[in-house]
Design a protein around this ligand. Structure first.
Ligand code: 5AD
Ligand code: FES
Length: 349
């Protein structure tokens, strides 16, 4: 086992079979070796910096019906909201004042925000702040919309693949199509975005083989960013009675990803902070190097409920900014308020 971990550390590569073997046989001792190798790799590639992104959840209206998600169209209990373009810009202004230089605009798949509206929002942000990066996380659109938004100034796009297992993907996404998801990701990359993919850990029916598939898929796609979090069941979804993912299993996947895609940006996700009071700090210690504090207006925070008990729903943006810095420092790292471009994209530039 140690030989495989050493190979992973030295070459950043393993076969799918080797990954499956490790996932099935990792004991405490070897897990600690894995975590240590992941941390060293992070230090080698990115140092002790943690990049900050201001997250703006601008609409919880969604036409999709993902079985795990609290804002799926079938959930009639969630109170829906949309921020106007002006309200979105106001969030960015507040974020800029607090020092953020990346804004992540996230929403459900809400076509009220037409191509034209989105282009205007992106252009306005880029006109107001010449030194910020704009990240979109708005789900699936046509490649031509993606292209026009990129031309308007969007720098990055987050679209988790959710699971690389076609069987699982189709079970969990009754209104969506696996091939289309993958095509979106490949198209976004070709257009020139810094692309974020990623998956959930502990989905119902997810096996070690499925998780190895996720790791292998990411190795091949080689995205700039990789978002990984535990699945957390939501009581107003069909998966209400399922077991959720664990912090421990998610940490193992984060460490694997840091080792397999060493130059990627890896967020310590809010879902980790929700499952465990020190969840994000633990993630930072096994290779994660990004956090995404919330900039959404307090009044809508709780409504963007992908899963329940989400943290920070009552905290002002300024409070999160300070809270997270303390946490980062306590874990032994330092905040970096710069744009935080991926190493891959810096090499291309
Ligand atoms: N638990 C954990 N993560 C979830 N997401 C959506 N619903 C849940 C849930 N119940 C994740 C998806 C999505 C991201 C924004 O949030 O991976 O891509
Ligand atoms: Fe929001 Fe800690 S990050 S309160």
């Amino acid at each position: 086992m140690i030989a495989l971990l050493d190979k992973l550390y030295a070459q950043h590569d393993l076969t799918k079979e080797e990954i499956i073997f490790l996932l099935k046989n990792l004991d405490e001792e070897h897990k600690n070796v894995l975590f240590d190798y992941a941390h060293r790799t992070r230090m080698k590639y990115y140092g002790n910096k943690v990049f900050m992104r201001g997250l703006i959840e601008f609409s919880n209206i969604c036409k999709q019906d993902c079985l795990y998600c609290g804002i799926r169209v079938s959930n009639k209990k969630v109170e829906r909201y949309r921020l106007t373009p002006d309200e979105i810009i106001d969030c960015c202004k507040e974020g800029y004042r607090l020092g953020y230089r990346t804004f992540v605009l996230q929403s459900g798949e809400d076509f009220w925000y037409t191509e034209e509206k989105l282009i205007n929002i992106v252009k306005n942000i880029k006109k107001l702040f010449s030194d910020v990066a704009v990240t979109l996380s708005i789900g699936e659109r046509s490649l031509s919309v993606y292209e026009h938004l990129f031309k308007a100034g969007a720098d990055r796009f987050l679209l988790r693949h959710e699971t690389a297992s076609k069987r699982l993907y189709e079970k969990l996404h009754p209104t969506m199509n696996y091939e289309n998801r993958i095509n979106c990701l490949k198209g976004l990359k070709e257009i020139g975005y810094q692309v974020g993919a990623g998956f959930m850990v502990g989905l119902p029916g997810q096996t070690a083989e499925d998780l190895a598939e996720d790791l292998y898929f990411l190795k091949e796609l080689n995205p700039d960013m990789i978002g990984i979090g535990p699945f957390i069941p939501h009581s107003e979804t069909p998966l209400r009675d399922a077991d959720g993912g664990t912090v421990e299993d998610t940490l193992v996947m984060l460490a694997f990803v840091r080792l397999l895609v060493p130059d990627c940006l890896l967020p310590a996700t809010t879902a980790m902070g929700t499952l465990h009071p020190k969840g994000r700090e633990l993630a930072l210690k096994v290779g994660a190097n990004v956090v995404m504090p919330n900039l959404s207006p307090i009044g809508v925070r709780a409504k963007y409920e992908l899963y329940e008990n989400k943290i920070c729903t009552g905290d002002e943006a300024a409070h999160c900014r300070q809270c997270i810095e303390k946490r980062i420092n306590s874990a032994g790292f330092e905040v970096d308020m710069g744009r935080g471009d991926s190493l891959q994209s810096q090499k291309k530039a």
